[in-house]
Design a protein around this ligand. Sequence first.
Ligand SMILES: C[S@@+](CC[C@H](N)C(=O)[O-])C[C@H]1O[C@@H](n2cnc3c(N)ncnc32)[C@H](O)[C@@H]1O
Length: 212
Amino acid sequence: MNNKIRNQVLEKYKHSNKLHRKFTTFISNRKGFEIIENEVSKTGTILDLGCGHGYLCHYLSLTGKDRKIIGLDNDPVKIIEAGRSNDSNNVTFVLSDVTRNRLPDVDIVIVYCMLYQIPNHEKEDVIRKVYDCLNPNGMFIIREVENDDLLFTIKDYIRNLPVISLWRKMPTFKLYYPKKDYYKTILKDAGFNNIIKKDGCIIANKENGNEK
Ligand SMILES: C[S@@+](CC[C@H](N)C(=O)[O-])C[C@H]1O[C@@H](n2cnc3c(N)ncnc32)[C@H](O)[C@@H]1O
């Protein structure tokens, strides 16, 4: 992330506690933010599904003042923290569960590390909802791990050991990494075109808004 923008994003969390600010500093080093920034238009409405505390929303709003950004998450604590950080008039945070509620109509949807928290049988519904909420010629960007890597399976197993979760003082929760090329297949089934993999992202388009 460009240092000036990075500091502007970090500044928004100056009221957060020390631990959260440390985490924000760590997150702000992500290469994925710049990769996504290079793919999305400088105008239009962007939905960040599973926005967490809203770092990506702030980043995209600072790099494109004419964009309208909606951050959506089902965790009330994160949405409150995101709201506290929000002093931009082109960013809105919404508390909503993507598996239960309809999505607002937008030009671009981004999912950054959220789908792995959705059970595999619900992922397909979510992808269909994304297709339906996109305006004609809309774009969908997924940045997620596909589990073609034994290392992830091992890490997930270790993370869920009771002794580890006690030590981390965090409850265990299941993660649902899909198999390699899973997203390409379900994106195609949902009606998306031009599905490509680029710099660790999967990018898909809703061409002309044609029905499936
Ligand atoms: C690993 S965090 C990623 C947050 C953010 N995208 C980032 O990269 O920093 C996953 C986020 O997805 C959210 N999430 C999980 N299931 C969700 C659902 N069904 N509806 C909306 N958000 C969800 C979680 O609350 C969490 O904030």
